[in-house]
Design a protein around this ligand. Structure first.
Ligand code: IPE
Ligand code: IPE
Ligand code: MG
Length: 251
């Protein structure tokens, strides 16, 4: 059985398959990104019903800059429109929005919208919604390590334990490690998403393309998660009986 914290689940989703969804319909890829917004709305609306307290959505990876400039521009435009149009609804739903990832390369109009939406939803306490934009997990970990070793206020010896604590803190691990990581679109890889935070995440891969993902897909992924046994390196409780020590065995 799962050992989710009292505060609820942290679910992370790699929202993949927008381009293929559109291509299969003879539409430009951007139509898939637009259709993906409705799926975001659905999962956000139903997340807390299935026990999710933190939802982290992968919207744009740092490697996605390698796409044609027009597609990148369209994605940013769609995210900006989403934030502008959904901000009030998010606030009414008790959502606290936060964007993770690099901010220095985000176009100014989108950055303004992000900051506006973050401050408008700062009091939300039903669901923490984290949207990853220009995000690379390896960069996030590297930045956290640099900050730790160059912190002039710290005279701590750089032990592994200290670095683990500092990096976890810098990665905003107060949201908790990822409990369940879902990837739509049929691929079975992490694509540089939440590598540290997913150390013990349960993984769920579905062939469903992101624009088709709905609340029943979310509910069934969470229900499947609820039947998994998470051991975190230990052994199942039922097996943890006292062991007979073989006489003469090493201590
Ligand atoms: C995910 O869908 C959205 C982003 C990466 C921005 P894709 O655009 O990767 O869709 P596919 O994988 O090409 O179908
Ligand atoms: C991962 O999807 C990034 C997002 C969903 C935002 P990609 O489509 O970019 O990943 P790869 O290239 O298939 O690994
Ligand atoms: Mg993809």
């Amino acid at each position: 059985m799962q050992s989710k914290s009292e505060s609820g689940l942290h679910v992370a989703i790699i929202m993949d398959g927008n381009g293929r969804w559109a291509t299969h319909r003879g539409q430009p890829r951007v139509a898939g990104h637009r259709a993906g917004v409705a799926a975001v709305r659905r999962v956000v609306e139903h997340a807390s019903d299935v026990g999710i307290r933190t939802l982290t959505l992968y919207a744009f990876s740092s490697d996605n800059w390698a796409r044609p400039a027009q597609e990148v521009q369209s994605i940013f435009w769609i995210i900006r429109a989403f934030l502008r149009l959904e901000c009030d609804r998010l606030r009414q739903q008790g959502v606290h929005l936060e964007v993770i990832g690099r901010r220095d390369r985000i176009p100014a109009p989108l950055l303004r919208e992000i900051e506006r939406a973050e401050s408008a939803t700062a009091d939300g306490h039903i669901l923490k919604l984290r949207i990853a934009i220009d995000y690379s997990s390896r960069t996030a970990i590297a930045d956290a390590a640099i900050a730790a070793v160059t912190d002039p206020n710290s005279n701590q010896p750089l032990t592994s334990d200290y670095m683990r604590t500092i990096i976890a803190h810098a990665l905003k691990a107060n949201c908790g490690d990822v409990d369940l990581l879902i990837r739509t679109g049929g691929e079975q890889r992490l694509s540089d998403f939440l590598l540290w935070e997913s150390a013990y995440a349960e993984l769920a891969f579905t062939d469903r393309m992101w624009p088709d993902f709905d609340e029943s897909d979310l509910a069934s992924a969470v229900s499947d998660f609820n039947h998994r046994e998470r051991r975190f390196g230990a052994i199942p409780a039922a097996s943890a009986k006292p062991m007979y020590v073989v006489s003469g065995s090493a201590q």
